[in-house]
Design a protein around this ligand. Structure first.
Ligand code: ARG
Length: 463
């Protein structure tokens, strides 16, 4: 029988039962639903609204239900629309009258908002931890690879040589920003709606500050209508998850490219690759592709909730029930992706010689040759032109800047000396970029320390 059967003569049409239910999705919130109910009962007794005996019976009953759900003994009734009704009706079945008093001064509207916020705080924290673990993997890889040089690209064309560690650290900073966004999403969820009841507050002398403290929220939400209808905190975590998934997707795209025969820069471990059912030779970067693919779904989750919220009048509307499926999917997916990406990067081997061999193509030294002249007084624009001519000469001869003779150089400009040959060494070019944030070995070492310090600070917040 429905909770509202008093006002109804007919039962619900059978077809609406499954359509209206959120139980298959909000089952996941059972622990938070029980925590919220226990806090509510404690507070009701504390305020003299129910007896301490009733509160005790409620607490014990809820503990029993938690055990039953955890051990798989709990049977969910298909007639229960959501986790709130499933638990409350079981409680009342178990302890009678006392159970029926639990919902005093409460509505499922503030209840579901409370459960979802508690749950998202937990999930945001788990994501912050997964973020730190992933950054630790990136940092360790960057440390282990220090000294490996590869072409840096712009427009996917060879540009200037960079340290592979520098390239990896670029990602670690993206994930450091993701941490900040996840933390902000945690903070946004950290406010207590309980005690707002259906929309207007309640006539019972509730103590919302007590449930706030019992549930570990930072403060009660100041407006009961906002409390039951705000889902911004879900948008926040879904946006944070979307951006983080995009970052993973970009990295995975590079890993996919790097593991092609054309690049051959990295080799994924067997544990993070799959074969083909027909082509015996194949080793595919499926998991990198899946992470790239899943990121699209997470962005879709965010857009789906934004569109659901747009145009909703105050206060609670049933549309809001659609919030959990996409929000839970987004956080679950990011958590899975971070875990998979951590293992993939940890076990990936980096092919130093193959990377270095590519620095021999695409005239990577060109900027430095122009800088060489500019440092000897030639205006940079003119130096650029001179080197442009030299590159053209190389293209005609089918060689690289490093293959031209000193006479070729001097024919273009007599400021070139023998030392230009040494200036074109890739390690020298890399190490010359000593400015803060540059790819020189010393600058990268300093950057690594900075990244490690930022990681330690974030680990301190969530671990
Ligand atoms: N299952 C509902 C949800 O997830 C709980 C709140 C229902 N409230 C109501 N007035 N129908 O949003």
């Amino acid at each position: 029988m429905a909770l509202w059967s008093g006002r109804f003569v007919e039962g619900a049409d059978e077809s609406t039962q499954a359509f209206g239910a959120s139980l298959p999705v909000d089952k996941e919130l059972y622990a938070e639903d029980i925590a919220g109910s226990k806090a509510h009962a404690t507070m009701l007794a504390g305020c003299g609204i129910i007896s301490t005996d009733d509160a005790k019976a409620i607490q014990d009953g809820l503990d029993q239900i938690a055990d039953d759900i955890e051990s798989g003994r709990f049977t969910f009734d298909v007639n229960d629309e959501d986790i709130h009704m499933a638990i409350e009706s079981k409680l009342t079945e178990m302890i009678g009258q006392a159970g029926a008093r639990l919902h005093t001064g409460r509505s499922r509207n503030d209840q579901v908002a409370t459960d979802t916020r508690l749950h998202m705080k937990r999930r945001a924290l788990a994501l912050m931890q997964a973020n730190c673990r992933f950054r630790r993997v990136l940092l360790e890889k960057a440390e282990a690879c220090l000294g490996i040089i590869l072409p840096g690209y712009t427009h996917m064309q060879h540009a200037q040589p960079v340290l592979f560690s520098h390239h990896l650290l670029a990602y670690s900073w993206m994930f450091a920003r993701d941490f900040t966004r996840l933390k902000a999403a945690y903070d946004a969820a950290d406010a207590n709606p309980l005690g707002s009841a259906a929309l207007a507050g309640t006539t019972y002398p509730l103590d919302r500050f007590q449930t706030t403290e019992l549930l570990g929220f930072s403060h009660p939400i100041p407006n009961s209508m906002d409390a039951v209808s705000d889902r911004d905190f879900l948008l926040d975590i879904m946006y944070a998850a979307s951006v983080s998934c995009l970052h993973l997707s970009r990295l995975c795209e590079e890993i996919i490219l790097w593991s092609t025969s054309e690049f051959g820069f990295v080799t994924l471990s067997d544990a993070f690759s799959t074969g083909s059912s027909i082509m015996p030779q194949k080793k595919n970067p499926d998991f990198a592709e899946l992470i790239r693919g899943k990121s699209g779904r997470v962005v879709g989750d965010l857009v789906s909730l934004m569109v659901t919220l747009k145009g909703l009048p105050l206060a609670y509307n049933k549309d809001l029930q659609e919030d959990k499926e996409c929000a839970l999917d987004a956080v679950r997916t990011l958590e899975d992706c971070l875990m998979c990406a951590s293992g993939m990067i940890e076990t990936m081997s980096v092919n130093e010689e193959v990377m270095f061999a590519q620095t021999k193509r695409g005239h990577l030294a060109a900027t430095d040759v122009a800088d060489y002249l500019a440092k000897r007084g030639v205006p940079f624009r003119r130096a650029h032109e001179i080197v442009g001519h030299l590159v053209l000469l190389c293209e005609e001869r089918g060689c690289q800047l490093e293959d031209l003779s000193i006479d070729d150089y001097r024919a273009e400009c007599d400021l070139f000396e023998e030392d230009i040959m040494d200036e074109m060494r890739m390690d020298k070019i890399v190490d010359a970029r000593k400015t803060y944030g540059g790819t020189g070995t010393d600058a990268v070492r300093a950057q690594m320390e900075e990244a490690a310090a930022s990681l330690r600070e974030d680990e301190g917040i969530c671990m």
